[in-house]
Design a protein around this ligand. Structure first.
Ligand code: HEC
Ligand code: HEC
Length: 221
């Protein structure tokens, strides 16, 4: 094979792999939270209620996202966030979008980041338990101590799963995680559960466990 077709074949293979990788990556409320904290919290507030530190200084109140986002489709939310096509929003969806006080985030976020942001806005709308620790700390602990059984993505498909023939909890299923209170999750993490879920007391402290609980909540899709 001469060099150029070879290179083309290689780059096609690389593109295919990239496409596969991004097709697999589900929009993650965890990623979205990171973006939200950096770009949106100043106005919309920690919990999305429109009470961020900048809100007091603004003539127009930032929307309470925990009530407004529920009825909006992803397409409409993308228009609102990027500012691209906001003026084309009509009918019922038009309400409270008349001002430019909401910045236009055109070209700030990739399509994938927009999906993640929206996943986090939806999380804020339907969350049943408060986040209690820093999920960024939780993410690091999770990858260090939990993914061998619970899987890198938290879906219960870790390396050990087949090996041990065990069924670790699927942390991406909100029906499963929402059924447990923060206290129940903390207890399972620190003291263990059943035969194969180890207790981490002595290795992890209360604060570590709280960070893990927040991370687990954000894995729900
Ligand atoms: C400078 C302050 C400010 C920042 C930063 C900001 N917003 Fe807003 N946002 C507003 C204001 C003000 C409104 C209400 C606009 C109006 O009433 O016309 C709004 C409205 C919205 C709405 C519409 C709510 C609805 O459904 O009616 C969404 C969605 C939204 N913002 C998401 C975001 C996201 C996501 C970010 C971060 C990427 C963000 N905002 C950053 C000020 C801000
Ligand atoms: C050796 C494999 C293994 C490791 C490592 C592991 N888990 Fe588990 N985990 C399990 C299994 C198996 C279950 C299901 C237990 C049951 O219901 O019998 C489980 C269940 C859970 C539950 C649900 C408990 C409940 O009350 O139903 C939580 C929460 C949890 N794990 C969190 C974690 C966290 C956080 C880590 C890392 C600090 C971790 N696990 C590490 C195997 C593991």
């Amino acid at each position: 094979m001469n060099e150029i077709p070879m290179r083309m074949a290689l780059s096609t293979a690389a593109m295919l792999l990239l496409a596969l990788a991004s097709a697999n990556a589900a929009p993650s409320a965890y990623e979205g939270r990171g973006l939200y904290v950096s770009y949106c919290l100043v106005c919309h507030g920690t919990g999305g209620k429109g009470d961020g530190p900048l809100a007091q200084k603004m003539a127009i109140e930032p929307a309470n996202l925990t009530t407004t986002v529920r009825s909006r489709s992803d397409t409409i939310l993308k228009k609102i966030i990027t500012g691209q096509g906001r003026q084309t929003i009509t009918g019922r969806d038009r309400h409270n979008l008349l001002s430019d006080a909401m910045p236009k985030w055109h070209e700030v976020f990739s399509e994938e980041q927009l999906d993640s942001l929206i996943a986090y806005l939806r999380f804020l709308t339907r969350k049943q338990h408060d986040l209690m620790g820093d999920p960024r700390v939780g993410e690091q602990l999770y990858q260090a101590y939990c993914q061998s059984c619970h899987g890198e993505e938290g879906d219960g498909n870790g390396i050990m799963t087949d090996l041990l023939r065990i069924n670790p909890m699927d942390h991406t299923n909100p029906n499963v995680t929402n059924a447990l209170s923060n206290e129940q999750l903390l207890d399972a993490i620190l003291n263990g559960k059943g035969r194969y879920m180890p207790g981490w007391k002595g290795i992890l402290d209360q604060k570590d466990a709280e960070a893990l609980v927040s991370y687990i909540r954000l894995l729900s899709q």
